[in-house]
Structures are given as structure tokens and as C-alpha cells.
Design a protein around this ligand. Structure first.
Ligand code: 3SL
Length: 243
């Protein structure tokens, strides 16, 4: 297995494709996806634009759908939910399809959707993702941060580092054997530096600060937790994720 990290969807090479691509948006899209599926959502259908989300979801029975739209950190008008993992419970999300569009996370998924295996990762699901990689043993893995509108984000990078570190710890392999680019090695150092202070890192991160200004401290706390959900959201058909 060779793991490479791309900090943003824009960094993903146009040529070639990995056996497994992993979208990461710790704050908050991939944390929310995992929370929704863990709460029993039937599936998550992702869209890069809100108009398509509204049009496609209209054909779905209204009592079996939830529309989640986020732009700039806030809920989009016309949607039931924004992008908080804390929105999802068995009562609200159980059995429903989540139609979802966010600023960066769903765009990241769209960028990698043609890889043979597409999954998402968050800190909350780190060990589940490590176990998935160990079981599937794909030859090439691209971890892709969602970033913020084309720029690097600390929280996605620390999550990528946590996953890569987990694979190294389980296999005993060296960087030379396991790592495909420099960014992947740097991400492990970031994780090792911050692993016991992930909530502090969220507060320093620029997107963490944006969410705090929008009164979302509870979401930061939730998303900074490591290994609390045993689920791996996986693309089951183009643009549709399930367990
Ligand atoms: O950019 C995204 O996809 C979102 O996760 C951003 S936010 O955390 O909902 O503001």
C-alpha cells in the first residue's frame, strides 16, 4: 500500500487514479456524513450545487428525505438542515436519504468520485478507516483534504496524518514502504505533535475560528473526538454514499 496526501481537491493530479480515494473534511462535512450514517440514514447523496440538490430530492418522498445545505458555514434557505453532525439522531435521520451540498466537502468527493473505491474519513472514524485500509489493502491510496476554497486546512491534514500513522502503527512498515509523497510524511508529524490537543488545534485552525464566530463550538468539540464511530461511509453508486 502507498498512501499519498493532497491538501485540496485542486492538488489532485489530473492523470491517473488511485485504487482507493479518501475525502476528508473534518470541519464538518465528512464528520457529518459519518454521524448521519451511524444514526441510521439510508444513504447520502452529494451535490456540488444547491439547485441540483433541490431538483433531484424533489422526486424523493418528502417523509424519507432530509436536505442539508451549507454555504459559508451557514444553513442554506430551503434546506432542512445545515452541516452539523449534531443534527443527526436515529429519530431524525433513521431510514432517510440525506441530500447534501457543502462548500468544500461535497466538492472534494466530486473530484475523486471516479476512483474504484471512494470513502470518507474524519477523526471520529479514524480507526474504522485504518481497519478498512488494512482489510482491503489497496495498492494506491490518495487522501484528499477538502480545505477551504482551494486552500490548505490544518484539521484535514491532521486527520490524514492520524490515518497514515494508524496504518504505520498496525503494519510496522516504514515511511519508505508506505508513503507516496512528502505531504503524507508532514501530516504524520502534525498528528504526532497535536494528537493530545486536537480540540486546541481546531480552535487555532482558520475554519475552526470561522465556525466559532458562527457559534458552533459544540461542533468543534464533536469533530475533534478520535475513534468514536465504527463506520466508513463508502460510495455505493456515483455520488451516493452508504455503509
Ligand atoms: O466546506 C464544507 O464542506 C463544510 O464542511 C464547511 S462547514 O463546516 O459546514 O462550514
Amino acid at each position: 500500500m502507498k498512501l499519498s496526501l493532497f491538501h485540496t481537491p485542486e492538488e489532485v493530479p489530473d492523470q491517473g487514479a488511485p485504487d482507493c480515494a479518501i475525502a476528508i473534511d473534518v470541519l464538518r462535512a465528512t464528520s457529518t456524513m459519518a454521524a448521519a450514517l451511524a444514526a441510521g440514514a439510508e444513504a447520502i447523496q452529494v451535490f456540488s450545487d444547491i439547485d441540483s440538490l433541490l431538483a433531484v430530492s424533489e422526486a424523493w418522498p418528502s417523509d424519507q428525505r432530509l436536505r442539508a445545505g451549507e454555504r459559508g458555514g451557514g444553513k442554506v434557505e430551503g434546506c432542512d438542515l445545515g452541516n452539523s453532525p449534531l443534527d443527526h439522531s436515529a429519530e431524525r435521520s433513521g431510514g432517510k436519504r440525506l441530500f447534501m451540498s457543502t462548500t468544500n466537502g461535497t466538492r472534494c468527493l466530486k473530484r475523486i468520485e471516479h476512483a474504484p473505491t471512494v470513502i470518507t474519513a474524519a477523526l471520529t472514524t479514524r480507526q474504522a478507516v485504518v481497519n478498512f485500509l488494512l482489510n482491503q489493502n489497496p495498492d494506491t491510496v490518495w487522501l484528499v483534504g477538502s480545505g477551504w476554497e482551494g486552500t490548505y486546512s490544518l484539521e484535514d491534514t491532521v486527520c490524514a496524518g492520524a490515518v497514515i500513522h494508524g496504518v504505520i502503527a498496525a503494519t510496522g512498515q516504514t515511511f519508505k514502504e508506505l508513503v507516496g509523497n512528502d505531504a503524507a510524511i508532514a501530516a504524520v508529524s502534525l498528528y504526532l505533535q497535536w494528537q493530545d490537543q486536537l480540540i486546541d488545534l481546531m480552535h487555532y485552525a482558520s475554519h475552526g475560528q470561522r465556525l466559532l464566530r458562527l457559534d458552533n463550538e459544540a461542533d468543534l468539540k464533536y469533530c475533534a473526538q478520535i475513534d468514536v464511530l465504527d463506520v466508513v461511509p463508502r460510495q455505493r453508486e456515483l455520488g451516493v454514499l452508504g455503509l
